[in-house]
Structure formats: structure tokens, C-alpha cells
Design a protein around this ligand. Structure first.
Ligand code: AMP
Ligand code: MG
Length: 521
């Protein structure tokens, strides 16, 4: 275990690629460059608000006990071995090519290599402007930083691939934000999260090079990505093999999001990790009631492009953008299209396997597809609280008294947001009958089925209203709820935190910041 201040950082990315070394923060296009050097802008006072002990253990880091080390977490102190930079990338935003974007408020400090040889990039989010900040300030507010810090760690404990968060610090500086884009800008406390991932490379890093016709740079980035992060891939056809792996890991990620009910909210290609990690936590939310049209992002409202039920198909669209970007270095376009088209197979196979576990089936065959399709239709119509519904299903004893319709329906009462219509009662009951019949043919015991279900369906999720309450209290200096949530998120499959095993309360369904969020962060 080492102190942050004693680490000798590596800088593989900057030593391998061409960057703009001027250090200038003037907003600009940087053609020909993979990054621009960017030093964090010091803040008033860095105060440690949260530290992830388990992640720190993995990184072999001691919790900082002196101001100098804490200052590193807020950008007030940069070690001599760090070569801080902002990456240049582009992206398709809401379906349109947006050109150069880049790290406008993220700065990668360097790479930490553990004694086991594992490499992690350490990146500050909110450390001040870079060449890619355009007209914005490069800062982040406490509200959004708490959301990123808690949720990225919560996703990790849920078993969903994600970037991590090592620390959360306040900056002692106010940051001006127009939270609802309604002209009522106000100051909010500033904060910085230290994010950690093997790499933060996004689809957009490849897209920007392709859009600029920088084919040699594109080939260099692809070769490097494969060598560093997909070292098992070799041979003449390594690029297409690599693309196939990205297609697969992205499909897996979508299944995982659907499993836990996560809605990212801004699935632009600049927010798609090349490693299939959840990245860039902004106006995200878990679904409470099972609404396929739910989008947590106010900016996404007109089209609901990034709604809960659209994520899987948007991911494929995004993979198409990545495919288009790497095309210049591939000789065979048909093959690329074929690989992209495997997405659906991969997705559905994994999705059905996941659903099978979630409802406690011994195994999944094509005969079960009807049961899954009807389950989806039922959930979309009845719109129970997704998390609570699956928990109640674990205790449901199908077969015993299945003919007693009222009793069967009453078992799920706790998950309903409204009284069910007669039609929805019918839909739910019919599905449960179908499910009971299938469960009777299960070759595993009820206990074994329950174990599967409990391992797949989370019992604790970080609901938006809980985050909202925790943030409001933190801003007043009370960290009680924040600490409780930090504890609960580490055991999402246990019933040890059942004080939070509740539907979203009625007051939260329309309240700003509880159901809908803006990108302003
Ligand atoms: P996002 O939608 O949050 O992933 O951000 C899209 C782009 O806007 C990225 O290039 C970000 O770096 C940039 N951006 C967002 N917020 C800020 C900010 N406060 N200052 C500078 N750049 C920002
Ligand atoms: Mg982003």
C-alpha cells in the first residue's frame, strides 16, 4: 500500500500519441492531435468528502492523511511523474454528428500500475477548462459529482461493468449553473470526482480521426487499443475480431442495464466506452415503474431516443457509427456489416438467459421465448415497480392456490403505483399462470431457483429521489443519508437495507431532480 503522493505514474498514452503540448486552454479544434496537454486549475480548498476503500485496496493506495495527497484529488497538486491531458474525441449526439467534443471537464493525470501489473488511468472530472471546454467552465457541481461518485460505485457492486470512482472532494468554490435551462442560474457548491478505469477511450476517439481523414492516426489508435486492452487478439484479421468483441461487450452491457433497470440518459457515441463500461454518469436514473418510454433526461424529451426500452437498439446504432469510423482501415466492408448484425443474436441470447435467471428457470430454451415476450408485455402494461416486482416474485409460490386469482394478485400489491385496471389484472394473472406452469416443469428446487433470482434481481437500487435527498442534506452539511446509501449500495442483493425497500414516493414523481434531470451538471 502506498500514498498517492509517492506513486511513480506512467504516461503510456501521451508518450505514444501526438498531442498539442502547448498547454493552452483556449477553446480550439486540434486536428492531427490525440490529446491536448491540460493542467488542472487550482481551487480554493480541497476537502475530502468520500473515499472508496475497496477500490483503493485494488489500487494499493492508502487513504490520504495529509493535505498534499488530498490536493492531488482536487487538482491543486500535480506530481512530477504526471503528464495531465484532455483527450480529443468527437461524437454523434442525439443521432447527429457533432464534430469535435473532447474532454471539456475531465483531465487524465496518469496511469497507475499495481504490483500485479494491472494498469489504471486516474482522471479528474471537474478540474477546470481544457482546450475542449468550448464555452463552458470545465467544472462540476456537488450535485452531479455525488451522483457520479455513488452511482459508478453502485454499478460496480451490482456487477455491471463501469468506470469507478476513487474519491469525491469539494472545491470550496461556487459554480454557476442554470439547472433547468430556464434563465434562473444560481451558484452551487463545486466538487471533483477522481474517476478510474483501465482506459477512458470512447467510440468518439475513433470517430474524430475518421471524420478528419486521419487514417494513419486511426490505424495507430486501433492497433494500440488492441495491443493494450485486447492483447489476446492477434493475426491478419485482428481489427474485425476486435470489433466483434466490442459488439459483444456492448450488447452485454445493455443486458446488464436492463437487468438492473438502469437508464443512462445520454447514450451519445462520445459516452460509449470501447471496453463496454458504463461511462459518464449524467442525467441517469433507474426505472421505478416499468416504463419502456421513460427517459430521465429533459434534453431527450422530444424524441425519447435514450428511453429505457430503446437503449439496446441505440447501442447497435452507436456500434454502427464505430463501424463506419474504422472502415477506412478495413478492406472488407461486408464482413463489418455481418459482424454488426451479430449484435441482435448476441443481445437476445444474453437477454433471455438473464431473464431466465431473474425468474428462476433451470435453463432457457426457444420454448421459453413466449413466456419472456409475455412477461415484457405484462410489465409494460401493468408498470409495477420493477425492483419490487422481481423481489415479490421470489416469494411467490406458484402452483399453490394459483386458481385463487385475488390472492395471487394481492401478492404483488406492494409493487403497484396505481390500482390495476381489470384488463391489467387479467394480463398479470394470465402471465402468472403461464409462469406457474413453466415452474412446475423446472428441474431445480425452489431453493435453487430462489438463489438464482436473488443473485440476478437487485433488492436495493439508488433511486433518484434518494440521491436527491442525500444531496440536499449534504449541501446543508448533513451526510447521514449519503453515508447510509454508500453502505447500502455495497450490498444490493441483500435485505440488510430494507429501510429503502420502498416504491418511489408520490411527491417524488413530478419533483425536479427526482424523476427528470437536465444535462446541466
Ligand atoms: P456530456 O454530454 O456530459 O457527456 O458532455 C458532452 C461534451 O460537453 C463533452 O465534450 C464534455 O466534456 C463537455 N462538457 C460538459 N460539461 C462541461 C463543462 N461544465 N465544461 C466544459 N465542458 C463540458
Ligand atoms: Mg460525455
Amino acid at each position: 500500500m502506498k500514498n498517492l503522493g509517492n506513486i511513480e505514474f506512467k504516461n503510456d498514452f501521451v508518450s505514444n500519441f501526438k498531442g498539442d503540448e502547448s498547454g493552452s486552454k483556449k477553446p480550439r479544434q486540434t486536428p492531427g492531435m490525440f490529446y491536448s496537454k491540460a493542467l488542472p486549475t487550482p481551487v480554493e480548498k480541497v476537502t475530502l468528502l468520500a473515499w472508496s476503500d475497496e477500490l483503493a485496496n485494488e489500487l494499493e493506495l492508502e487513504k490520504p492523511d495529509n493535505q498534499k495527497d488530498i490536493d492531488i484529488l482536487g487538482g491543486n497538486f500535480v506530481l512530477p511523474s504526471m503528464k495531465p491531458y484532455a483527450a480529443c474525441y468527437g461524437g454523434h449526439q442525439f443521432g447527429n454528428w457533432a464534430g469535435q467534443l473532447g474532454d471539456g471537464r475531465a483531465i487524465t493525470l496518469g496511469e497507475l500500475v499495481t504490483s500485479k501489473g494491472k494498469k489504471w488511468e486516474l482522471q479528474l472530472k471537474g478540474p477546470g477548462p481544457t482546450a475542449y471546454s468550448r464555452r463552458a467552465d470545465g467544472r462540476a457541481v456537488l450535485r452531479s459529482s455525488v451522483r457520479e461518485y455513488l452511482m459508478s460505485e453502485a454499478m460496480h457492486y451490482l456487477g455491471v461493468p463501469t468506470t469507478r470512482a476513487l474519491s469525491l472532494v469539494s472545491t470550496g468554490e461556487p459554480v454557476m449553473r442554470d439547472m433547468f435551462y430556464d434563465g434562473n442560474a444560481a451558484y452551487e457548491p463545486g466538487a471533483i470526482v477522481m474517476r478510474v478505469a483501465p482506459t477512458f477511450i470512447r467510440f468518439g476517439n475513433f470517430e474524430i480521426l475518421a471524420s478528419r481523414g486521419e487514417t494513419n492516426n486511426l490505424r495507430q489508435l486501433i492497433d494500440w487499443t488492441i495491443e493494450k486492452y485486447f492483447p489476446h487478439i492477434e493475426g491478419e484479421d485482428k481489427i474485425i475480431k476486435w470489433y466483434k468483441e466490442v459488439v459483444e461487450s456492448t450488447a452485454s452491457l445493455m443486458v446488464e442495464w436492463l437487468r438492473v433497470g438502469f437508464v443512462h440518459g445520454v447514450m451519445n457515441t462520445d459516452n460509449m466506452s470501447i471496453l463496454g463500461l458504463t461511462i459518464d454518469y449524467g442525467p441517469y436514473s433507474f426505472v421505478d415503474n416499468y416504463d419502456l418510454n421513460f427517459t430521465p433526461n429533459t434534453t431527450d424529451l422530444p424524441g425519447r431516443r435514450y428511453a429505457f426500452g430503446r437503449q439496446a437498439s441505440v447501442a447497435k446504432w452507436n456500434l454502427g457509427c464505430l463501424g463506419g469510423a474504422i472502415l477506412p482501415v478495413l478492406s472488407n466492408k461486408e464482413e463489418l456489416v455481418k459482424v454488426l448484425d451479430t449484435y441482435d443474436d448476441v443481445f437476445w441470447k444474453k437477454y433471455y438467459a438473464m431473464l431466465g435467471n431473474k425468474i428462476g428457470l433451470d435453463s432457457v430454451s426457444t420454448d421459453d421465448v413466449v413466456l419472456f415476450t409475455e412477461l415484457e408485455k405484462m410489465l409494460a402494461s401493468v408498470q409495477p415497480d420493477m425492483t419490487i416486482f422481481y423481489q415479490l416474485l421470489i416469494d411467490f409460490q406458484p402452483g399453490i392456490g394459483i386458481d385463487n386469482k385475488q390472492e395471487v394478485l394481492d401478492h404483488f400489491n406492494e409493487s403497484f403505483y396505481d390500482e390495476l385496471s381489470t384488463q391489467d389484472e387479467e394480463i398479470l394473472y394470465n402471465w402468472l399462470r403461464m409462469y406457474s406452469e413453466r415452474i412446475e416443469r423446472n428441474t431445480i428446487s425452489k431453493d435453487e431457483a430462489s438463489t438464482k433470482m436473488k443473485a440476478t434481481a437487485p433488492r436495493f437500487i439508488l433511486r433518484n429521489y434518494l440521491l436527491h435527498q442525500a444531496i440536499e442534506e449534504l449541501e446543508k452539511g448533513d451526510d447521514t443519508l449519503f453515508k447510509k446509501l454508500q453502505h447500502a449500495m455495497k450490498e444490493p442483493y441483500s435485505n440488510a437495507h430494507d429501510e429503502f425497500f420502498k416504491k418511489r414516493p408520490a411527491w417524488a414523481s413530478q419533483k425536479e431532480g427526482c424523476s427528470m434531470l437536465s444535462c446541466s451538471s
